[in-house]
Design a protein around this ligand. Structure first.
Ligand SMILES: [Zn+2]
Length: 129
């Protein structure tokens, strides 16, 4: 039995995302040492435009628009915790899960120009659309 489970709310947030991404998240929650919650999956273009305008996102080609991306929040004592070290732990679980399943993912925390710790997406190379 795993230490953590995905909440009903997390499953709701994953509605419409690519099945391969969902499989990674479902495996990652079994092996992570830091609990996490799904913050956002599919995003509308209207919301994306607002995020770009506010500086919270840098692109209108977000993989959230097509269900190829998900944002995860570290969940500590009932709250989302934004401290970076926790996201390295979540990323380790996500990368291990992806590796086990043979699915190519990218962690936003590895981006140098616009690091995005909560963000995970299926690679453009393996999933051009
Ligand atoms: Zn994201």
């Amino acid at each position: 039995m795993s230490q953590f489970t995905l909440s009903h709310r997390s499953y709701q947030k994953m509605e419409g995302i690519h099945l391969d991404l969902r499989r990674i998240v479902e495996r990652a929650i079994d092996i992570t040492c830091t609990d996490f919650t799904v913050l956002e999956g599919v995003r509308t273009i209207e919301r994306q435009k607002k995020l770009v305008a506010s500086g919270a996102s840098s692109t209108l080609r977000s993989r959230h628009l097509t269900g190829h991306a998900v944002d995860l929040g570290a969940y500590v004592d009932g709250c989302v915790d934004w401290s970076w070290p926790l996201y390295h732990k979540i990323a380790a679980a996500m990368k291990q899960a992806a590796n086990e399943l043979g699915i190519d993912i990218v962690w936003g925390g590895d981006w140098t120009t616009f690091p995005d710790g909560p963000h995970f997406q299926l690679s453009w190379q393996a999933y051009p659309l």
